[in-house]
Design a protein around this ligand. Structure first.
Ligand SMILES: Nc1ncnc2c1ncn2[C@@H]1O[C@H](COP(=O)(O)OP(=O)(O)OP(=O)(O)O)[C@@H](O)[C@H]1O
Length: 308
């Protein structure tokens, strides 16, 4: 399992005023600025669980994933994954973990994927029979065979992502960090990756942390979500529960000649708010509806969790 207690990460980076004077000043006195990317977060995830980690740009998602994957040291606090402290980088931990970043390749672009897989087989010391079994299973379920013999740089974006998934899963990891796996893919490739991950999760039951800006990924794959805002968790619970938490809200979707916007209002204020909107805008269209999961998550990301 994953257990995180009071985990903090503060980044300190040098700041420099622009121009020559700034450079000279920097020689005499180096100014720094600190950024709390994670502010004392707690988390527990059991084997077999998949959670969706959601937050705006800069909220701290990648920092958390990087700490748990052993790439970044925390400033304070504790984290164990399968009983290991990730940043101690035990080989035993590395063999059971996989970090898949949609924006970064881990297979070699100039080689056919199969050649990269053979290298990974050696790195992870995967037995021959297991390697063959996994290779066949992954190629079958991802429906990618002939393309494995083609130089990776010649593959389409969707095919490349499939190859990345194969590379990351060949060694049957028990913990998977999946960072934006569908970024940049067309709708059908997104669907294929989602479908695959869903089946894979059911079959092998790893712990998976998925970060994605695509709500479709989250809705399809993650019964539990954690919403992070400015380094703090503002929601950790069932995806199905958040709709009930905002049960007394309605959303007004408004179209004017120059913009579309949405406003979330308590049911009791509906008529007052609607009248205000009509008064101060040239309204072409106005819809009143229940908030969608996307609306609620957006509202929590922006305003935090309602406490009343
Ligand atoms: N190496 C670093 N040095 C200084 N600041 C950093 C460093 N890495 C991250 N930060 C800062 O920490 C904060 C959290 O960054 P992080 O990458 O974890 O966000 P994120 O939620 O993954 O965002 P995105 O959705 O844009 O990927 C940001 O303000 C970022 O600028």
């Amino acid at each position: 399992m994953i257990k995180v207690q009071a985990l903090r990460k503060t980044f300190t980076s040098p700041v420099k005023e622009p121009g020559l004077m700034g450079s000279l000043k920097g020689l005499v006195k180096r100014e720094t600025k600190s950024k709390d990317a994670l502010k004392s977060v707690n988390l527990e995830i059991q084997q077999g669980e998949i959670i969706g980690l959601i937050g705006a740009n800069g909220a701290g998602k990648t920092t958390l994933v990087k700490i748990l994957a052993g790439i970044v040291h925390p400033t304070s606090g504790e984290a164990t994954v399968l009983g290991f402290k990730p940043w101690e980088r035990h080989n035993e931990y590395r063999k059971q973990m996989s970090l898949i970043m949609g924006q970064k390749a881990q297979v070699w672009w100039d080689l056919p994927a199969l050649d990269s897989f053979i290298l990974l087989k050696e790195i992870y010391q995967i037995e021959d029979s297991l390697y063959k079994k996994n290779l066949e299973f992954l190629a079958d379920t991802l429906q990618i065979h002939d393309q494995l013999k083609v130089q990776v740089r010649r593959l389409s974006l969707g095919e490349r992502m499939k190859v990345e998934l194969m590379a990351a899963l060949l060694h049957n990891p028990r913990v998977i960090f999946l960072d934006e796996p569908t970024i940049g893919l067309d709708i059908s490739a997104q669907k294929a990756v989602r479908e695959f991950m869903k089946n894979y999760q059911q079959e092998f039951r790893p712990i998976t942390i998925l970060t994605s800006h695509y709500m479709e990924d989250i809705k399809e794959l993650c019964p539990r979500i954690v919403i992070i805002k400015e380094g703090e968790f503002v929601y950790d619970g069932a995806l199905s529960k958040i709709q009930r938490l905002m049960g007394d809200e309605k959303v007004l979707s408004v179209t004017t000649p120059d913009k579309n916007f949405k406003v979330s209002v308590p049911r009791t204020d509906l008529s007052v708010k609607t009248a205000e909107i009509f008064k101060s805008n040239e309204v072409l269209d106005l819809n009143i509806h229940d908030p969608s999961i996307e609306d609620i998550i957006e509202s929590i990301m922006k305003n935090g969790m309602k406490t009343t």
